[in-house]
Ligand binder design. Structure first.
Ligand code: OTU
Length: 656
């Protein structure tokens, strides 16, 4: 018998040993289902965990704990969620439906607390939201907590927001209204006051082994040369000295990739994997349907590597995925990997994350607006858009984070663009320093050593509305509104799910007040996390001709158009060229017809002559869905400044 067979046998035996405990853990109704799923999924779980932890003498002990954790979670899963599991099993690709529309917010900034959020549900329904991402609302450390991304307790909410029970009730209510609850799962690190960190500080070795802790700098020095500085402004490197962690030298160095109060978890320790699995399944059982895996590239560290995107980071996600398939099958992961596009794509896999941010398209929309040149976007759409069956991009225009110019250097090179110079230009442009720029953004985390820099700012401010309005420039105001709607139109039609940052639909501008809030003052990202402006929403409703009114109406119109067009389901997308650098164009083909999208990224009207138009659309008249105008390809077509045309080739529309 070879090693592998022996291990597989050993795995079977360990499952058999577990039987009596599984029987007492599982309820009568759920036992069969659990055993069936365990039978189907055990093999991948075992293989992956074996690769990660097989060299440990206590591997089988950990394996048993992990399987038991899954069983316990399944046993406490409610009937309602088990029914959801069953529904999802018959329709696993629900997120590819054209009626899906995502929105994201901080509960406190958008609505004060969970009760306030509940009161805003009619508004979310008015927008057509079906996927609601609430950014970290967990108990976080006092003072600066990186916008909640320093979690002190995954099982408790920030007291001002509400309780975990209220969150579970909200999840139910959302589901009744056809909205899926999405939360962050900040699994790369905890806050330095999480119970695990407190026990590590107190000197408990088992908990010091949850993190990366060192008595001196000899080991850190082995890692340091290859590590990227994520937040260079914080000063110092990723290894911070903490007097309050008990150690022989009166303290220890602790690994923290992001802010010093965010301590990286050590996934080389299977006890960490198991503990995180338990927290994850706990959240799934509160009714969370999608977990956004925060900072997923950083999960695995190895000397001599960048400690990003390591194969083992993928394996850890695969193991979590397979275990959630056993214990909470309705749960879906969304990857948050804001790294090189080649690496982003590797997380998008049915065995890892079904959903992923599409940072490349986000960045290239901004790039094309600044340059009035869609070639880099077209190049990327041709080569980098397609993902595995059953997976989808989450297309967005901006998030709560900064914009970093994460296109591939080789793509830029292929078009004769110097990537470094281009990034410098884009930073200057969006910081509003480039001559003629329409943008009002802020530089974020400028790194004098590498010259890197990222950009903060709300969608409306970056798209030109802030400048236009302060300068009382009607012409520029018009362009800014069109840019905002152009980008929303693209995320609604591209393929995958669109995600709106709440507040952008009423064109909220930068909030410079963060400078006077001590916990926010040094983090420019707060400029684009403004409190939701209720007055502005009312103004948008009362004055449909105002910028906020037009943006709100325009986004609602785009959402309604999307809901109406089954051809926009799925993510089959084919870009084509129209012989103008200003234009981006693609076809969407679904089982039910075809939609063609043409967008102008410049303030110059472009005339598309008949020949290329007929090549793209055919000869028969077709319907432009936003204006409801018939379009005759034989006459050619004028695409106005920043206009987006969404053209249906479906015969039914042509008759109307
Ligand atoms: C994420 O972002 C969150 O979205 C941020 O809000 C947090 O500050 C951070 O993690 C720490 O929890 O570097 O500038 O490749 O780029 O995880 C934002 C992923 C970030 C990282 C990303 C990170």
């Amino acid at each position: 018998m070879n090693d592998r067979d022996w291990l597989a046998d050993e795995a079977r035996r360990s499952l058999e040993r577990l039987q009596p405990r599984l029987e007492t853990t599982l309820d009568a109704a759920g036992a069969d289902v659990f055993h069936r799923r365990l039978e189907a999924r055990f093999e991948p779980v075992f293989q992956v965990l074996l690769t990660l932890y097989g060299e440990r003498y206590d591997f089988f002990w950990h394996l048993e704990r992990i399987v038991l954790a899954a069983a316990r979670a399944w046993a406490s899963r409610s009937d309602g969620l088990r029914a959801l599991d069953a529904r999802r099993e018959t329709n696993p690709e629900w997120y590819l439906d054209h009626r899906q529309l995502g929105a994201v917010c901080y509960v406190d900034r958008f609505a004060g607390n969970l009760e306030g959020l509940r009161q805003r549900l009619p508004y979310l329904e008015e927008l057509g939201v079906t996927y609601l991402h609430l950014m970290p609302l967990f108990q976080a450390r006092p003072g600066d907590n990186d916008g909640g991304y320093a979690v002190s307790d995954y099982r408790a909410l920030g007291p001002a927001l509400g309780t975990m029970d209220e969150l579970a009730e909200l999840a139910d209510e959302l589901r009744r209204r056809g909205i899926s609850l999405v939360l962050d799962f900040v699994l790369n690190h905890t806050a330095d006051d999480h119970a695990w960190a407190e026990r590590a500080k107190a000197g408990e070795e088992d908990y010091q082994a949850f993190y990366f802790m060192f008595d001196d700098r000899s080991e850190p020095e082995r890692y340091l040369p290859m590590l990227r500085e994520i937040f260079p402004d914080r000063g110092g490197d990723s290894f911070i000295w903490r007097d309050d962690v008990q150690g022989p030298r009166g303290g220890k160095f602790v690994w923290s990739t992001f802010y010093p109060f965010q301590w990286d978890l050590n996934y080389r320790n299977p006890a960490v994997f198991c503990a995180i699995l338990e927290e994850m399944l706990y959240l799934a059982n509160r009714g969370v349907e999608v977990l956004r895996l925060d900072a997923v590239p950083f999960l695995w560290k190895a000397p001599g590597t960048t400690c990003e995107n390591q194969p083992e980071a993928h394996l850890a996600v695969q193991a979590l995925n397979a275990l959630s398939d056993i214990a909470a099958p309705a749960l879906v992961f969304k990857s948050e990997a804001i790294v090189h596009p080649d690496e982003v794509a590797r997380y998008v896999d049915p065995a890892e994350c079904h959903l992923s941010y599409n940072p490349l398209f986000m960045v290239l929309m901004w790039e094309a607006l600044a340059t009035r040149d869609t070639r880099l976007m077209h190049h990327a759409l041709e080569r980098r858009f397609k993902t595995a069956d059953g997976t989808a991009w989450i297309n967005y225009i901006r998030s709560h984070d900064d914009i970093g110019w994460g296109f591939a250097d080789q793509d830029a090179g292929a078009l004769g663009i110097d990537p470094h110079g281009h990034r410098r230009f884009l930073n200057d442009f969006y910081a509003g320093e480039f001559e003629g720029s329409f943008a009002r953004g802020l530089r974020f985390q400028e790194n004098p050593r590498t010259g890197d820099c990222r950009i903060a700012g709300t969608l409306a401010s970056l798209a030109g509305l802030e400048k236009a309005v302060t300068e009382d420039d009607a012409h520029e105001t018009e362009f800014a509104i069109r840019r905002i709607l152009l980008m929303h139109g693209l995320i609604m039609t591209l393929g995958g799910m669109p995600l709106i940052y709440l507040g952008d639909e009423i064109a909220q501008l930068n909030d410079y007040g963060f400078r006077s809030e001590p916990a926010h003052a040094r983090d420019e990202r707060w400029a684009h996390r403004p409190r939701f402006d209720e007055d502005r929403l009312q103004a948008a409703r009362r004055h449909p001709g105002s910028p906020e009114g037009r943006v709100l109406a325009g986004i609602k119109r785009l959402g309604a158009m999307r809901r109406d067009q089954p051809a926009l389901a799925g993510s089959d997308m084919r870009p084509f060229e129209l012989d103008s650098r200003y234009l981006i164009a693609f076809h969407r083909t679904g089982e039910q017809g075809r939609i063609t999208v043409i967008g102008n990224f410049s303030e110059h009207p472009v005339f598309v002559p008949p020949a290329p138009l007929i090549a793209a659309l055919g000869e028969r008249p077709c319907l432009e869905l936003l204006t409801q105008r018939l379009l005759d390809p034989n006459l050619g077509l004028q695409v106005e400044a920043y206009q987006l045309l969404i053209v249906s080739a479906e015969p039914r529309s042509q008759e109307s």
